[in-house]
Ligand binder design. Structure first.
Ligand SMILES: [Zn+2]
Length: 103
């Protein structure tokens, strides 16, 4: 997987697909799914005593999106990009295949 926390990504398929980049907040389920800032949330009805809502009610819960549906956002190209890995100055860097800028 080539997506890390705090990366900017775009969703390329599914209900949440679009062109606006979103930040990766959290990576879950063994790196298979991620939580994105501002994309995908559901209202869940919870009983009293739930840690997020002690008196019960509706709680906004972020949905997780599979990493397979994401592409790293390249600021130079202004869209999602495919990524190659190259060693630059002894450090592995991710590189946009289209414009060769590194992340
Ligand atoms: Zn690029």
């Amino acid at each position: 997987m080539n997506i890390k926390r705090d990366d900017l990504v775009v969703v390329i398929s599914g209900n949440h697909s679009g062109r606006t980049p979103a930040k990766v907040l959290k990576i879950e389920i063994g790196g298979r799914k991620v939580e994105l800032q501002g994309i995908g949330s559901v209202l869940k009805h919870v009983k009293r005593g739930h840690p997020k809502s002690p008196q019960g009610g509706r709680v906004q819960i972020p949905t997780l999106i599979a990493v397979d549906k994401l592409a790293l956002y390249c600021a130079k190209c202004g869209r999602g990009c495919r990524v190659a890995v190259k060693v630059l100055d002894g450090v592995k860097r991710r590189i946009c295949v289209r414009c060769q800028s590194s992340f």
